[in-house]
Write a protein that binds this ligand. Structure first.
Ligand code: PMP
Ligand code: GLN
Length: 391
């Protein structure tokens, strides 16, 4: 009666843990959304665009001012040369960009390699587009790219490799060597790479971010995806962008034409303003997020969690093996919500087979006071005190 892919899909872990946090009055460090950080200039630009209009369908490819801003920002920060008129498409969030890409590029039975732990939308969208998901697993504690497993996963049916760098949920920034290796495989096996780079601006401690689009010899094989939600802390706006050579972008734009056709023009105009903000905005955001990361990481460590470095994104992952003898990260997240009043999400939700259960993910893109409060609750919980949550 219903489509088997969406018929079988449950409620996302982000939604269900957010619901539990709201019901119990817990501090929600599960779903990845920032608290604060929204640049006033962006909001002001949206207000004037709403006041002045236009309010009707903007061009299907996106407002020229935003497409130019996407290209200019990529040049300014990552030295990418992009022809905004032929190589940039605006979408309703990175999620729509991913959906359009899979719908446009896949035929039934095409195999798609993705790296677990993986953002939950990928596999479902790939399957609905007719693709066959082939997971390659990155594993704790180092989460290295397993080059042999990756090579062995490639068959004559492989069409795409999907990469997310910096990577949700583990904050991994793919190294230039790893990107070059992916590029060599793409050329050797004639593959396209979908590179979800939504966290491109959220890299800390002076680390550089390298886009797959800049890897020698594969520019025409890469679909690069970005999101204003992440770069400007407006996840509810749902403004995304795709950059790809015309041969790839044209079919993706055809898919976009029939999925949403356009994205609200006032928000597009405001995001253009955001992308054109001076360097300071982007550097301050990094600095502030890194401070919040340190606050949470120190607090988690004091409360007995084993926490790895968190070089990028909104997220830090903690090893709970010593705290959770039951070996069930989902149950642990529920327990922490009820007993400590702090909600993370389980890492097993990022693996198709749900069998890596030793880690949970916390979001640190929150107000300092929220994190201080969360850390206090965790410390009390570790000392065996019940936490009184305001529900
Ligand atoms: N890709 C990744 C890796 C994400 O973490 C997210 C959202 N959290 C998205 C895509 C979706 O972005 P958007 O909200 O712009 O659709
Ligand atoms: N990408 C966000 C996260 O990883 C959540 C997005 C969503 O809830 N769909 O937390």
């Amino acid at each position: 009666m219903v489509n088997s892919v969406f018929g079988a899909a449950g409620t996302s872990i982000f939604e269900s843990m957010s619901r539990l946090a709201a019901e119990t009055g817990a501090i929600n460090l599960g779903q990845g959304f920032p608290e604060g950080f929204v640049p006033a200039a962006l909001v002001e630009a949206a207000i004037s665009a709403l006041r002045d209009g236009p309010h009707q369908y903007p061009p299907m490819m996106g407002l020229p001012v935003l497409r130019q801003a996407v290209a200019d920002n990529a040049k300014r920060f990552f030295n990418l040369d992009i022809d905004w008129q032929r190589e940039v498409l605006v979408t309703s969030g990175a999620t729509e960009a991913l959906a359009d890409t899979f719908l446009a590029l896949l035929e039934t039975g095409d195999e798609v390699i993705l790296f677990e732990p993986v953002y939950d939308a990928y596999a479902t969208l790939i399957r609905r587009a007719g693709g066959v998901v082939v997971p390659v697993r990155l594993l704790p504690p180092h989460w290295d790219l397993p080059q042999d497993a990756l090579q062995n996963a490639i068959t004559s049916k492989t069409k795409l490799i999907v990469v997310n760098t910096p990577m949700n949920p583990i904050g991994k920034i793919f190294s230039p060597e790893e990107l070059r290796f992916l590029g060599e495989l793409a050329v050797k096996h004639d593959l396209t790479i979908v590179s979800d780079e939504v966290y491109e601006h959220l890299v800390f401690d002076g680390r550089p971010f390298h886009s797959l689009f800049a890897v020698d010899g594969i520019r025409d094989r890469v679909v690069r995806i970005g999101s204003a939600g992440k770069s400007f802390s407006v996840t509810g706006w749902k403004v995304g962008y795709v950059t790809a050579s015309p041969k790839l972008l044209e079919p993706i734009a055809r898919a976009h034409q029939y999925v949403t056709f356009t994205t609200p023009p006032a928000l597009q105009a405001a995001v253009a303003t955001g992308l054109n903000l001076p360097d300071n905005y982007f550097l301050d955001l990094r600095r502030q997020l890194a401070e919040r990361r340190d606050l949470l990481v120190d607090g988690l460590r004091d409360a007995g969690f084993e926490v790895a470095d968190a070089p990028a994104t909104y997220f830090v992952v903690a090893d709970i093996s010593t705290l959770d003898t039951a070996g069930d990260d989902l149950a642990f997240c529920r327990r922490l919500t009820l007993e400590a009043g702090v909600t993370p999400v389980p890492i097993s939700s990022f693996y198709g087979s749900r069998d890596v259960r030793s880690h949970v993910r916390f979001c640190f893109a929150k107000k300092a006071e929220t994190l201080v409060n969360a850390v206090e609750r965790l410390a009390l919980w570790r000392q065996g005190h019940a936490v009184k949550v305001a529900s």
